[in-house]
Design a protein around this ligand. Structure first.
Ligand code: SAM
Length: 248
């Protein structure tokens, strides 16, 4: 039986395409792509000819059976998304879940992923992190979600689009004020790669001063200061600071 390869593609800089990824796309019988026209451009750049078909959020469940039938016939298939690692806020989960549960061979061909690339250069704690994918588009849903992170340990990471970045950071400010330290990674691996650090209020000020800072693709990372944690803990710290003031 054939195998399904989960192949990461670049998130901006084409030099991040690995040799193994290139070789895999060259050798497989079929490539299942999120957007065949987008992937065709990448393949053309590397001079790869391939049979493409599309797998996206709306046809994934049906396409899982098709991929399984190809593997049963001994063919190999690569799954790619428009950028970065498939399945990470991208299609592919239903296919991989179905194929694995049927005992098919699924192999990762690792490479670029925005969350990992952003986090490792952010300066925020990396020993534990929680990746939240995309956050809700409406403010109420977003604020409720941000509230729920108050019990989260480690750095919280989410993806945001240029259209909503200002509103999202405004909501971070509403929920956390100065209790969260933020790093925004913008256009990672691209020409205008920028890391902005500060409280939500400071980041909003940077946006107000230079609207270009709101352009492009974003990874938002939050690190909570201890005060944003448990209320009893906050009270204990408050009392401790009063007592310390009175010490000689
Ligand atoms: N599968 C991709 C990955 O491995 O990171 C993520 C796909 S998701 C549909 C696209 C989102 O990822 C963007 O809206 C942005 O939040 C983030 N992203 C992708 N490329 C990025 C980049 N070069 N710089 C910053 N964020 C990026």
């Amino acid at each position: 039986r054939g195998a399904l390869y989960i192949v990461a593609t670049p998130i901006g800089n084409l030099d991040d395409f690995s040799k193994r990824a290139e070789q895999t796309l060259r050798e497989v019988d079929y490539i299942a792509a999120e957007d065949t026209r987008h992937t065709r451009r990448l393949l053309n750049h590397f001079g790869i000819e391939a049979k493409l078909f599309s797998i996206h959020d709306h046809n994934e469940k049906d396409k899982a059976n098709y991929v399984a039938s190809l593997l049963d016939e001994g063919m190999s298939v690569a799954l790619v998304s428009d950028a970065g690692t498939p399945l990470i806020s991208d299609p592919g989960y239903h296919v991989v879940h179905a194929l694995r549960s049927q005992g098919h061979k699924v192999m990762p061909i690792p490479g670029a992923c925005a969350v990992i690339s952003a986090l490792c250069a952010s300066g925020l704690p990396t020993d534990q992190f929680f990746f939240a994918g995309f956050v809700p588009a409406k403010s109420k849903g977003r604020c409720d979600l941000f509230e729920s992170w108050k019990k989260q340990t480690g750095t919280v990471v989410f993806y945001e689009s240029t259209h909503r970045i200002y509103d999202s950071i405004t909501d971070v400010n509403k929920v956390y004020g100065n209790d969260a330290q933020l790093v925004l990674a913008r256009e990672v691996t691209k020409t205008f790669e920028t890391f902005l650090s500060g409280t939500a209020e400071e980041i909003l000020r940077m946006f107000d001063e230079d609207a270009n800072q709101m352009r492009g693709e974003f990874v938002v990372m939050l690190s909570f200061t201890e005060e944003s944690g448990d209320e009893a803990d906050i009270e204990a710290k408050r009392i401790l600071s009063i007592l310390l003031e009175d010490l000689p």
